[in-house]
Structure formats: structure tokens, C-alpha cells
Design a binder for this molecule. Structure first.
Ligand SMILES: [Zn+2]
Length: 241
């Protein structure tokens, strides 16, 4: 298995598509090695079964062009940042060796407790994975960077950056449509709050808003705890007026 350039780690199957599907598809099209690691199988979801959701997840990944998708199998609605779950995630990180990891919005943000807890678990596991004496059964490896996807978070700070997903937005919608057990006829999903519109229309409007922040049609927003570097201020994108 090749080292991954980018790995989205998400609490439930369908979260990665919702919060960063366009970004993942764009990275695939740029020739990057991209994967999705679902922490749970989503068996506590009000709709669908874990078996159906697993099939939908394979289809959705294929739409995005992703072949590396697996589930860690942590119990749904019970994600906890414990030494046991850290060890399981560290083992996966050391096997997949991603350069960049996408995580959900950091605590205290996140509607579903699994999302808040996952963000902390992922950050801690990424750090611990680099410690030579942490679980010596596998060699240490620490991803270079963790970025938090903050799509749909109305309670969050301004994004650190927005990825232009204009060219992959329709693929993102198509991937979300694969989760028919979750979203067929839906007017609400995860952190997308209901406003009476069909879900896919709401997603289009959200991504159009994020896109407008960087003067493109569609975008997905991210937050980093560390400052982004610029070498040449004369080439900065996104016009002020
Ligand atoms: Zn979720």
C-alpha cells in the first residue's frame, strides 16, 4: 500500500463526503493518493443499517475516485478519546502513513458528540503516532499536518482557508447521493440544519457561500491551529474588492 498524501478521518460513513468530498475529489484529480478512514460503521444512525451504509460508502468513495476506504469499527455514538481508541487509530495511521489528515471541527464545536470527540482523538493519535516508544509493535510515523473541516459549522470562527471545489462540487453531490439510506428525500443531515429546502439544495447553497469567500463558485472551509505561511505577498489570491 502506498503512503497516502491525504486521509480524511471521519466519525461516520458519509461525514467525509459532507464536509470535504469536493476537496478529496480534487486531490484525487491532482494525482494524490487519497483515503477515507471512517471511525465507526454508523450503526446507531436513525436510518439505514451498517451493512447498507458500508455498501453506500464504497460507492461514494468510487464516485470521488478513492480506492482506500476502511472503517476502524469503533462503536457508534460512543467515540471516546481513550488510550484504547488512540492505539487503534495510531495503528491505522502508521499503516496508511498520510502526509495530511482532515479531521472534523475541533471541540467544543460539533453537534454530534462523536464529532467533537473524534476531533480530539484524531489530534492526539496523530501526535502519539510519532512517539517511538508509543506501542512499539509498529514503527513511529507522524503526519505532517492536521486540518479541520468546518463545513456547515455556523458557530465556528472564520476559516483559515477555503479549497476551491468548483470543478468537483457535482462529484461531491453525487457521492452524497450514494447514501440513499441516509439522505433520500432528506431535509436535514448531520450539521446541515433544516430550513425547508431539500438537503442537496442546502449543501449547494452552503458551498456557494464558502466559494464566495474566495471569489469562486463553490468551496469547502478549513481551520488550522497553526499559522499558514506565505513567501511572496505579491501573488496572494482573493481580491479585497
Ligand atoms: Zn457524523
Amino acid at each position: 500500500m502506498p503512503d497516502l498524501d491525504l486521509l480524511a478521518i471521519a466519525p461516520h460513513p458519509d461525514d467525509a463526503e459532507l464536509i470535504c468530498g469536493g476537496t478529496l475529489a480534487r486531490a484525487v484529480r491532482a494525482g494524490r493518493q487519497v483515503g477515507i478512514l471512517d471511525l465507526t460503521k454508523g450503526e446507531m444512525g436513525s436510518r439505514g443499517t451498517s451493512e447498507v451504509r458500508a455498501e453506500e460508502a464504497v460507492e461514494a468513495a468510487a464516485v470521488l475516485g478513492i480506492t482506500e476506504r476502511e472503517s476502524l469499527g469503533i462503536p457508534d455514538a460512543a467515540i471516546a478519546n481513550t488510550q484504547q481508541t488512540r492505539r487503534r487509530l495510531v495503528a491505522a495511521l502508521r499503516r496508511l502513513r498520510p502526509r495530511v489528515v482532515i479531521a472534523p471541527a475541533p471541540a467544543p464545536f460539533g453537534r454530534h458528540p462523536d464529532h467533537r470527540e473524534a476531533a480530539e482523538l484524531i489530534r492526539d493519535a496523530v501526535f502519539l503516532s510519532g512517539l517511538a516508544r508509543f506501542d512499539t509493535s509498529t514503527p513511529p510515523f507522524r503526519p505532517h499536518k492536521v486540518v479541520h473541516a468546518i463545513t456547515f459549522r455556523e458557530d465556528f470562527v472564520r476559516p483559515t482557508f477555503v479549497v476551491d471545489i468548483t470543478d468537483t462540487f457535482e462529484a461531491k453531490l453525487e457521492a452524497i447521493r450514494c447514501f440513499a439510506s441516509q439522505f433520500a428525500g432528506a431535509t436535514q443531515a448531520g450539521e446541515v440544519y433544516p430550513n425547508g429546502e431539500p438537503l442537496l439544495d442546502m449543501i449547494r447553497h452552503h458551498c456557494a457561500h464558502y466559494g464566495s469567500l474566495i471569489r469562486v463558485q463553490y468551496g469547502e472551509p478549513f481551520f488550522t491551529t497553526e499559522t499558514m505561511r506565505v513567501d511572496d505577498v505579491t501573488t496572494l489570491e482573493v481580491s479585497t474588492f
